[in-house]
Design a protein around this ligand. Structure first.
Ligand code: COA
Ligand code: NAP
Length: 299
């Protein structure tokens, strides 16, 4: 096998040199540092303003960075001010115009305050990434009522709050993009994830409804369903900390950059006719790994 992307932390730390990105590749002979040009134009998001919920860590952090590296001004919002402040410092250190606002997406008044702060500073909002979420593995037997509610409140109701306020206050007038970060649970039964699967498939449904309602206003609404993304809290929590192998056809774990690249695509004019879709970015995991070799085959 040739080189494969390592995924995980090394790629997450992709650094910007002009519009180049650096990341690690894993080969049979070890790890190789690679620097290459981004596949996207440096000014892809120029003049646009983006909000990334949960943008201080993990996948959201990767998305915020990628949007900023391609010209967007970026606001990140979540509960922990110290995390947000450090993330914004890092973005600013790389020449990205960024701001942070503390927010629990479960609270509509806090969500409204985020949108108002963005409009007060930059006067517009074009791209909304609903990435904030909570997850812990738990069987239904033993999961408290409040445990189920906490995750549905963050993932589904939080996405609804941010979407509604952003559309009513900003996107409705100028058009734009909403990308919901969901999970590839649409047609699966996933043990120990009743709360998460219920919330995320609700997000998938919301994605389709919003695409229909917002389409006439020039707002495209899509969702990305990551598979196993290395070096993230989400993967750590569901017990898949291994950065090397993954149970997917491509046989390796993805990186935040893989999700960020899909966001850039959806926010580009190359995706101008795509709306209402849930797109898996999972190394093919959603199609499974079933093999039915012919009799006598070694496969
Ligand atoms: N197993 C079972 N129940 C759990 C749990 C676990 N591992 N973790 C939390 N809960 C339950 C709590 O017991 C509580 O229920 P109770 O009041 O009946 O006891 C309920 O969930 C809410 O917990 P609490 O800690 O008060 O919620 P919070 O609002 O402070 O935090 C969480 C929300 C629980 C989702 C928390 O894990 C979180 O903040 N996650 C964000 C980061 C994350 O999950 N990243 C991965 C994204 S994929
Ligand atoms: P993460 O780093 O824990 O990201 C979750 C973010 O959400 C954190 O920054 C957190 O910040 C924020 N958040 C949590 N509760 C919030 C609330 N109530 N209000 C506002 N912000 C809140 O985990 P991740 O793995 O990168 O996950 C990012 C997204 O990808 C999630 O939507 C997740 O479901 C999805 N996903 C991840 C994987 C994976 O392999 N990692 C796979 C499938 C889907 P604060 O704590 O500061 O609030």
């Amino acid at each position: 096998m040739g080189f494969v992307a390592l995924g995980a932390v090394e790629q997450d730390s992709a650094c910007r040199i002009g519009n180049r990105i650096s990341y690690a590749l894993r080969s049979p002979g070890g790890i190789e540092e690679v620097t290459k040009m981004s596949d996207f134009r440096a000014d892809l998001c120029a003049d646009r303003v983006a909000l990334v919920t949960g943008g201080g860590t993990g996948i959201g952090r990767g998305i915020a960075r990628a949007l900023g590296e391609h010209g967007a001004r970026v606001c990140i919002a979540s509960r922990r001010s110290d995390v947000l402040e450090a993330a914004v410092k890092e973005l600013e250190g790389d020449g990205i115009e960024a701001m942070w606002v503390p927010c629990d997406v479960r609270e509509p008044d806090q969500v409204e305050a985020v949108i108002e702060a963005i409009l007060a500073r930059w006067g517009r909002l074009d791209i909304v990434i609903n990435n904030a979420a909570g997850n812990f593995p738990a069987a239904i037997e033993g999961l408290s009522y409040n445990g189920f509610k906490a995750v549905v409140d963050i993932d589904l109701r939080g996405t609804y709050h941010v979407t509604k306020v952003a559309f009513e206050r900003a996107l409705k007038e100028g058009g734009g993009h909403i990308v919901n970060i969901t999970a590839p649970f649409e047609r699966m039964g996933v043990a120990f994830q009743a709360h998460v699967a219920a919330a995320k498939t609700g997000v998938d449904s919301l994605t389709r409804t919003c695409a229909v309602e917002f389409g006439p206003h020039g707002v495209r609404v899509n969702a990305l369903a990551p598979g196993a993304i290395g070096g993230t809290e989400g993967m750590e929590r569901v017990g898949g900390g291994d950065a090397g192998e993954a149970r997917c056809p491509l046989r390796y774990v993805g990186a935040p950059l893989d999700i960020a690249n899909a966001v850039l695509f959806l926010c580009s004019s190359a995706a101008a006719y795509i709306s209402g879709q849930v797109i898996c970015v999972d190394g093919g995991a959603a199609v499974g790994m079933m093999q039915i070799p012919p009799p006598g085959s070694d496969a």
